[in-house]
Design a protein around this ligand. Structure first.
Ligand SMILES: [Zn+2]
Length: 262
C-alpha cells in the first residue's frame, strides 16, 4: 500500500484510540484478512503518487470520501471505547457490527448519512442494551439464570410453572428450546444458526445448550434471540435492571472473547 502521507501510514499501523481509529481498525482487519490468505501487506511511503498505478483511482476515492459528511468521532462512543481499543480481529469486528445493527436499527431505515447523525443521539442507550444482555447470556450459559425453577428452589415462588406458557417446569432448557411463548423468536434463532452452519438442537441431543453457548458462531444469534425475548429476566421482566447496571466490563470482554476462542 503506497501513500505519500507518512502521518496516514503511521496512523494506519497503530490501533490506538483517537481520531481515525475506526478507519485504522478497518485497515488492520482488512490487512489481517489478506495476510490469512497468504498475501503480504506492506505499508510503503512514496514521495508522491505520480506515476504509480492506481493513483487516479485513489485520488477519485479520496475526493469522494472528502465530500461525504464526517462520521462521528470514535471518541464520542466513549461508552464502549474500551471495546473498540481491543478490536483487532475479524471476529471482533463482527461483534461490533452486531452491536451497531442492534442499536441503530431505527436509523438504518433512513438513509445512511442520517443514521450516522442519529447514532450520536442513541449512544447513551448503548450500554443499557449491552450490559444486561451480556449478563443474561452468562447467566444462562452458566446455569444461573432467573427461572421459575430457580425462584422455586430459593423459595421465592411456590410453584415452578412457566409464567409465560404455564408448562409444569420452567428451567433454562424450557425457556431456550421449548417455551411456546417464544416460538416465533426461536424460529428466527434456528434460521440464523442454520445460516451460519450451526446445527440446531435435535431431540436426541442431551445438552444442546452447552454446545450452542460454546459455539462461537452461535453467540450472535443467541444474543439476537435474547434481545427479542425476556428470557433470563424475572417474572416482571425488569427484575434484573438494577443488577444489570452493576455489571462491569469484565462480562463484556468475556463475551467478546467467547466468540473468538474455542
Ligand atoms: Zn414456557
Amino acid at each position: 500500500m503506497f501513500s505519500d502521507s507518512q502521518a496516514a501510514l503511521q496512523r494506519a499501523s497503530e490501533d490506538h484510540l483517537g481520531p481515525g481509529q475506526a478507519i485504522t481498525s478497518d485497515i488492520i482487519t482488512t490487512a489481517q484478512g489478506l495476510t490469512e490468505k497468504g498475501i503480504k501487506v506492506i505499508l510503503q511511503w512514496v514521495p508522491s503518487h505520480i506515476g504509480i498505478e492506481g493513483n487516479e483511482r485513489a485520488d477519485k476515492i479520496a475526493k469522494e470520501a472528502a465530500s461525504k459528511p464526517m462520521p462521528p468521532s470514535i471518541d464520542r462512543y466513549s461508552s464502549f471505547s474500551y471495546t473498540m481499543r481491543q478490536i483487532k480481529a475479524q471476529k471482533r469486528t463482527e461483534i461490533k457490527e452486531w452491536i451497531y445493527k442492534t442499536t441503530y436499527k431505527e436509523g438504518k431505515k433512513r438513509n445512511r448519512t442520517y443514521s450516522l447523525t442519529n447514532a450520536l443521539e442513541i449512544d447513551p442507550q448503548l450500554s443499557m442494551i449491552r450490559k444486561p444482555l451480556a449478563k443474561r447470556f452468562y447467566q444462562l450459559k452458566l446455569g444461573h439464570a432467573i427461572t421459575a425453577s430457580y425462584l422455586y428452589r430459593i423459595q421465592r415462588l411456590d410453584k415452578q410453572n412457566c409464567w409465560w406458557c404455564n408448562a409444569a417446569k420452567q428451567d433454562i432448557d424450557h425457556l431456550l428450546f421449548e417455551c411456546r411463548h417464544w416460538r416465533a423468536q426461536r424460529r428466527t434463532l434456528y434460521g440464523d444458526l442454520r445460516r451460519r452452519g450451526v446445527t440446531t438442537p435435535r431431540y436426541s441431543e442431551e445438552r444442546p445448550k452447552n454446545r450452542l453457548f460454546n459455539t462461537p458462531r452461535a453467540v450472535e444469534p443467541i444474543l439476537d434471540f435474547l434481545n427479542t425475548t425476556k428470557i433470563g429476566l424475572g417474572p416482571n421482566g425488569d427484575e434484573e435492571e438494577e443488577e444489570g447496571s452493576r455489571l462491569d466490563r469484565w462480562d463484556l470482554d468475556r463475551l467478546e472473547n467467547e466468540s473468538i476462542e474455542n
